[in-house]
Design a binder for this molecule. Structure first.
Ligand code: SF4
Length: 240
């Protein structure tokens, strides 16, 4: 991955997840994008990816048909899977939906899980699939889930930048693996909830300007006081 070079004419590519890195900690973002020091990769979430793929295939089987997905019917959501020739591109690695910002010389892109269309007002609805396994009901209220909300908001912003009329209301299709079944029998059952989220993408454009200033600066930004890694490193240094 090429590092940011302020003298380059080519727009610098930034994915949705790297914008999320900036939102979490400017210092780690700068270290990765400008100095090439990347945090070790986390383990891949293979089970989550499997759930994502199964949901995509299932929603696809209703796309462009008269019928609708039972989750949408049961939840009384006035929406259908959006039938558009680019739907696969919007979800494909190294493609996605993107926009070049000439004034910032950046290219911003992201990969969506799904796009639905509001059957009442014809606006597009961004949908994101999540999978977990926890006791009790799933919610999107935990402080760390701000990442999920920013994720949806960047997708909304990207679709708006590409000229689509986008509904503020978005949805998480949240699958919760049930752990207390009596037997496993090669089968993990899920309870599925569709959680609405009224998003607000107004922070995205100012954040991109901030990102550009950060990338053009010669100073290493401050570390985040909410991250455990640097606190851990500081403590280690106390011992020499
Ligand atoms: S606080 Fe330190 S380790 Fe944590 S994200 Fe920031 S620079 Fe990286």
């Amino acid at each position: 991955m090429p590092l940011y070079d302020p003298r380059s004419d080519k727009p610098y590519k930034l994915s949705r997840s790297r914008i999320e890195n900036f939102s979490k900690c400017k210092r780690c973002f700068y270290l990765e994008e400008k100095l090439g020091v990347k945090k070790p990769d986390s383990f891949p979430f293979n089970l989550n990816n499997a759930v994502d793929q199964l949901l995509k295939d299932e929603f696809d089987s209703y796309r462009g048909t008269e019928n609708n997905h039972p989750y949408l019917i049961e939840s009384s959501i006035d929406a259908k899977p959006y039938d558009h020739p680019d739907i696969e591109i919007w979800r494909t690695r190294n493609q996605g939906i993107g926009i070049e910002l000439k004034e910032l010389n950046l290219y911003i892109y992201g990969l969506v899980d799904d796009v639905w269309i509001n059957t009442k007002n014809d606006k597009l609805i961004i949908a994101d699939y999540k999978a977990t396994s926890k006791k009790g009901d799933v919610t999107i209220d935990a402080p760390w889930q701000i990442s999920y909300k920013r994720q949806i908001e960047i997708y909304q912003w990207l679709f708006r930048q590409n000229g689509f009329d986008v509904d503020d209301m978005s949805y998480f299709v949240y699958c919760n693996g049930i752990k207390d079944s009596k037997v496993f029998d090669n089968c993990l059952n899920f309870e599925v909830k569709i959680l609405p989220y009224k998003a607000n993408d107004s922070w995205v454009t100012p954040a991109l300007k901030e990102i550009k200033n950060c990338l053009n600066s010669d100073e290493l930004p401050e570390e985040s006081d909410r991250c455990d890694y640097c606190a851990y490193n500081r403590k280690i240094k106390l011992f020499g």
